[in-house]
Design a protein around this ligand. Structure first.
Ligand SMILES: *[C@@H]1O[C@H](CO)[C@@H](O)[C@H](O)[C@H]1NC(C)=O
Ligand SMILES: *[C@@H]1O[C@H](CO)[C@@H](O)[C@H](O)[C@H]1NC(C)=O
Ligand SMILES: *[C@@H]1O[C@H](CO)[C@@H](O)[C@H](O)[C@H]1NC(C)=O
Ligand SMILES: *[C@@H]1O[C@H](CO)[C@@H](O)[C@H](O)[C@H]1NC(C)=O
Ligand SMILES: [Zn+2]
Ligand SMILES: [Zn+2]
Length: 456
């Protein structure tokens, strides 16, 4: 009898273990091949927009990544969790330098070097790779009609790409594949660089390379086939929380993206993006206001200080991210961000450590849209949670206080992907309702303590 119970327990725990899968998300490595450690503050790296003092072997907060940092990040993934079910990689491999200093060949060489490194360290792991706006020449100019860089990148990625992905990849660098060794689970890799407001080649098109139509078709077929899907891409829709009113997509593209997610949210188990060099997330809602999908935006490997005008403290520590998911449903179970304290690395040694675990830091059961809504609610009314989230946003680089304006910018960027709704959200200071709730809560707790005091 005891043995039977023991065996049952064993079988049970076995089942539980096999239900949890893992994948790494890495993004925005931005290699600066000319980075060097020197006393001349103007000669450290061409990617910096100001003189660089005290550069270290592992990089500088003003520069894009030296190779040593990129190499360290990929080996850290291998050290921390060597056998993920797959890896997602959302692009941007080249430095922030003028177009005149780059070329098709230079861009391709850098994509090739980073791809080779990932393949070398994870030879048997499936990688789903998306192109970033810095993975083309000139920057951000992705044509809707094919490009030699799409062709050559497809060659660099033959190790990972299914042959059936090639036609759409050559047309516009997007594709879809089933998850490894699984039925009913699918990855959709988008080229959202088409929707970037700096892409002059697609500005006048309604559906560049037919990607939206294709995206909808894939999602409709997924519903019919009973599949669940993950969506990955480089540039996210909606607003950038670090600079009020800054968005990446042209408005009509943003609208279409949002409509597609709303319409097909049933089959979408998660969205994973990069580009912002910040750790944040977005929530998508149904027409009746319930949370239906969450988008996770991963921090960058590059510590580079952004040159976006008016943005303070635009650097971050290098970060990498491991997701835990249910291998049956694709439900996101948890997310752990690891980081390199660049200051510490340059003084002592490159140590990649856990920054935070989603369920621990925000006391939620998992990473579903409902749970991310709970996180958002906590950010809205609990100053401690907001402050914690704010520090993670720059990967524990900017530890300053998140004031009221900062709170509004973050809350509205998370909650409102739609442009008009975002503007209204900003106008109303995030959400006055939440403030009232907080007041109400504080007030009722106060009166409760007075009551307790009076009766004791
Ligand atoms: C990359 O990192 C690994 C592991 O730390 C190290 O053994 C190797 O020498 C590094 N290679 C380069 C080119 O930095
Ligand atoms: C990058 O790739 C080129 C070949 O395209 C090779 O010559 C070079 O050594 C590589 N650099 C690194 C750092 O891997
Ligand atoms: C890319 O490859 C396809 C298929 O081989 C070919 O038809 C097309 O001309 C190539 N495009 C460019 C820009 O090289
Ligand atoms: C990073 O390392 C530096 C130097 O050891 C230290 O002063 C700083 O507090 C560390 N930052 C974090 C967030 O731990
Ligand atoms: Zn980037
Ligand atoms: Zn980018």
């Amino acid at each position: 009898m005891t043995l039977l119970i023991f065996l049952l327990l064993l079988a049970n725990s076995g089942a539980a273990v096999s239900l949890t899968g893992y994948f790494w998300h890495i993004t925005d490595v931005h290699w600066d091949p000319d980075y060097k450690v020197t006393d001349n503050p103007w000669a450290v790296c061409p990617s910096a927009s100001e003189p660089v003092r005290n550069p270290g072997k592992w990089g500088s907060y003003l520069c894009d990544s030296p190779w040593a940092l990129i190499n360290s990040s990929i080996y850290a993934m291998k050290d921390i969790f060597p056998n993920p079910n797959f890896i997602i990689w959302t692009g941007d491999d080249t430095p922030h330098i003028p177009n005149e200093k780059l070329s098709d060949e230079a861009v391709l060489r850098m994509i090739g070097n980073v791809s080779q490194l990932i393949q070398h360290v994870f030879p048997d792991t499936k990688v789903y790779a998306a192109m970033g706006n810095h993975d083309i020449h000139p920057k951000s100019q992705f044509p809707a009609t094919g490009h030699v860089i799409y062709n050559r990148t497809a060659e660099l990625w033959t190790h990972w790409l299914d042959g059936r992905s090639i036609p759409t990849f050559l047309k516009g660098a997007f594709y879809t594949e089933k998850l490894p060794n699984r039925e009913g689970q699918r990855m959709i890799i988008l080229n959202t660089n088409f929707y970037y407001n700096r892409n002059a080649l697609t500005a006048d098109l309604s559906d560049p390379a037919g990607q939206f139509q294709w995206f909808e078709d894939v999602l409709s077929r997924a519903l019919t086939a009973g599949e669940k899907v993950y969506i990955i891409g480089h540039i996210p829709p909606g607003f950038f929380e670090k600079k009020r009113g800054t968005h990446w997509f042209q408005e009509h593209f943003n609208k279409r993206y949002l409509e597609i997610i709303q319409k097909h949210s049933q089959v979408i188990a998660g969205q994973f993006f990069g580009h912002q060099h910040r750790d944040s997330f977005k929530i998508f809602y149904s027409n009746n206001g319930s949370p239906v999908s969450a988008m996770f935006i991963a921090p960058a490997v590059t510590p580079w200080k952004t040159t976006l005008a008016g943005l303070q403290d635009g650097s971050q520590n290098p970060g990498i991210r491991l997701f835990e998911y249910n291998t049956d449903t694709l439900q996101i179970l948890d997310m752990v961000t690891y980081y390199l304290n660049l200051t510490f690395a340059n003084i002592q040694a490159p140590r990649w450590v856990k920054e935070y675990r989603l369920t621990e830091a925000f006391q939620v059961p998992d990473g579903t849209a409902e749970s991310m809504q709970t996180v958002l609610d906590k950010l809205s009314w609990d100053k401690c949670h907001l402050q914690k989230y704010y520090e993670y946003n720059s990967v524990s680089y900017d530890l300053g206080e998140c004031n009221d304006q900062c709170r509004t910018d973050h809350i509205c960027a998370i909650k409102e992907v739609d442009y008009t709704r975002y503007k209204n959200c900003i106008k109303s200071g995030g959400s006055s309702k939440m403030n009232e709730m907080c007041l109400l809560l504080c007030f009722s707790m106060l009166s409760l303590s007075i009551l307790v005091f009076a009766y004791s």
